[in-house]
Design a protein around this ligand. Structure first.
Ligand SMILES: *Cc1c(COP(=O)(O)O)cnc(C)c1O
Length: 402
């Protein structure tokens, strides 16, 4: 399969990537190599192997085997500009591992105000104990961001779009400012993945995705990945290996299986999400649709400029309503489950309170009505969009009468 080295479309690349013949043998996928100990042929063989720390060389189970190497290589191939990829047992572990690879005690880490909540907790909790100072910034205020840098600022943590509230930051601009000041730029790119937003080509140094979401795609596995360009890959790898990060071959096989259909699933859930978001936009019960793929949503222009794709995840804000009504709304839904995560084949709904997890930017957003602040995030799966719309319609009818 690796014989084809010409540029291909994303779907072709997702089908071909990582399937080296020396790893797959005569079957389509690499077998699941379970193992901790690797037996060397001789003492000389063991000594010779010490010279290698790249995927593709057996050493010990913690450094993986063909099942994990194949997945890591596939992810690297799908991430333009990447030198290599490290795998972690969750997206959160990947975020922590990537940040730790560029930070030392005494450093300042600038963190986008609307990042995924565990990212915020790692930065302001765990890192504080280690003497790293986290400073949160409003991604829309470029001047405040520029002056937040000082000579201790070594890294910036971005996410696009921001979790829950879905604003798209101007990543190329924020990255250029950071680069000017010598800081490493990290980004959580779980939403669009490298397929929809090639983050390294947009100025980032390390891009992190929760494979639990789109790559896994079936809500049955947890994993994370961090891919870096040449400048940071050695540091990223060394830190992950020092932390003992490894994923099971069974889980790697599940994620690799999901990866083959990821572009197809993303296209389908994106199309459904667009249909549903437009339908919501016209509802009197909805004050704001927060879906960067839809005109009029915060960040739409930047999405249109920088992205070539999206996914089924977006939010909306109820016009007025009480939190009891919001709870009744999600309780009434039958096709949308109530639960964390997203990117699976099934749709989910999650009420959220954005004010609780921001410190540098306002919620409700400036110019909005004070009472329009109750958000619901929808993860659109692979059901028929019309069935999902009928479900939402029923739930709106219920709260009208409550
Ligand atoms: C879910 C999620 C993660 C974390 O992934 P886990 O595998 O659940 O730890 C990171 N970033 C974003 C934006 C997410 O939505």
């Amino acid at each position: 399969m690796s014989k084809i080295d010409k540029p291909t479309g994303a779907s072709t690349a997702a089908v071909l990537a990582g399937r080296r013949e020396e790893w797959t043998g005569p079957v389509v996928n690499p077998p699941i190599w379970r193992g901790s100990t690797h037996l060397y042929e001789s003492e000389a063989d063991r000594i010779a192997a010490l010279a290698h720390n790249e995927d593709g060389h057996f050493h010990y189970g913690r450094r993986g085997a063909p099942t994990q190497w194949s997945l890591a290589e596939a992810l690297t191939k799908l991430e333009p500009g990447a030198e290599g990829t490290m795998l972690y047992p969750s997206g959160t572990a990947a975020l922590a591992g990537a940040m730790m690879s560029v930070l030392e005690p005494g450093d300042v880490l600038l963190v986008q105000d609307n990042v995924y909540e565990p990212t915020r907790s790692i930065a302001s909790g765990l890192f504080k104990r280690w003497g790293v100072e986290a400073r949160f910034f409003d991604p829309a205020d470029h001047d405040a961001y520029a002056i937040a840098f000082d000579d201790r600022t070594t890294a910036v943590m971005l996410e696009t779009p921001g979790s829950l509230t879905m604003e798209v930051p101007d990543v190329p601009r924020l990255a250029a400012i950071a680069k000017d000041r010598g800081a490493a730029v990290l980004i959580d790119n779980t939403w669009a993945t490298g397929l929809g937003f090639p983050a390294l080509e947009h100025g980032c140094d390390i891009t992190i995705t929760a494979l639990t979401k789109h790559a896994g795609g079936h809500s049955d596995v947890m994993m994370g990945a961090a891919s870096a360009g040449a400048k940071y890959y050695a540091k990223l790898r060394h830190t992950a290996q020092s932390l003992g990060q490894v994923v099971s071959p069974d889980d790697a096989a599940l994620v690799a299986r999901g990866l083959r259909t990821m572009p197809l699933r993303l296209r389908q859930s994106t199309a459904s999400a667009l249909k549903i978001a437009h339908w919501l936009k016209d509802r009197a019960e909805v004050a704001h649709v927060l879906c960067p793929m839809v005109e009029g949503s915060p960040g739409h222009e930047l999405w249109a400029r920088d992205f070539s794709g999206g996914c089924g995840l977006f939010s909306f804000v109820l016009a007025g309503h009480t939190s009891e009504q919001r709870a009744a709304f999600v309780d009434t839904l039958e096709l949308f489950g109530i639960g964390y995560s997203w990117g699976g084949f099934e749709s989910l709904a999650l009420p959220f309170d954005a004010a609780r997890i921001r410190s540098a930017s306002a919620w409700p957003k400036p110019g909005w009505h004070e009472e329009d602040h109750l958000g619901i995030r929808l993860a659109i799966g692979l059901e028929d969009a019309d069935d999902l719309i009928a479900d939402l319609d029923r739930a709106f009818a219920t709260i009208k009468h409550s």
